[in-house]
Design a protein around this ligand. Structure first.
Ligand code: SF4
Ligand code: SF4
Length: 161
């Protein structure tokens, strides 16, 4: 199965699940949308992102290689937003070969949810993110990408003082 097909299926799994049972953007004035930065484009996802006014780029991701990135102007057609945005503020975490999800510590400077515990998030959202990422991990390249993200996020997981 192609990576693009798996991405489409992962999007279906996610549906409209969101971190809280209300718009969490009201807690932070949509900090993750209006802030600086970029989103990582999953392998096979690029063609699904064409219906927005995005800017594309590329970066090196340690232990994976060159990846495509996307930035926005703080607005988007939510039906076509990147998978990275849909799963935020969660990120993959591998322990051995087992895939878990955890709060994305890269969001600590801006996202209030990253200072809470997983139990404060909508359980359905957590479950769907895990299911979607587990689905993607069926593809060898996507699995390698997810493991690289896991390592990348680990590098930010230093104790917060
Ligand atoms: S920064 Fe966090 S709380 Fe704010 S909109 Fe993004 S995910 Fe929700
Ligand atoms: S693409 Fe959409 S959801 Fe993602 S950061 Fe931009 S405005 Fe927010």
């Amino acid at each position: 199965m192609s990576a693009e097909k798996l991405i489409k299926e992962a999007l279906e799994i996610m549906g409209d699940a969101s971190p809280l049972n209300f718009d969490c953007g009201t807690l932070c004035e949509r900090a993750c949308c209006v802030g600086e930065g970029y989103m990582m484009v999953f392998p096979g996802e690029i063609n699904l992102l064409k219906n927005n006014n995005y800017m594309f780029g590329s970066k090196d991701l340690i232990s994976y290689g060159r990846i495509q990135t996307v930035t926005c102007d703080g607005t988007c057609n939510r039906d076509y937003r990147p998978l990275s945005c849909r799963i935020y503020p969660l990120a993959p975490k591998f322990i051995g070969e087992e895939l878990f999800v955890r709060l994305d510590v890269r969001g600590r400077p801006t996202c209030p949810l990253c200072h809470k515990s997983m139990s404060s998030l909508n359980p359905e959202f957590i479950e769907k993110v895990k299911k979607a990422l587990t689905h993607l991990a069926k593809d060898e390249d996507l699995l390698r990408f997810l493991k690289a993200i896991s390592n990348h996020v680990d590098m930010f997981a230093v104790p917060f003082i």
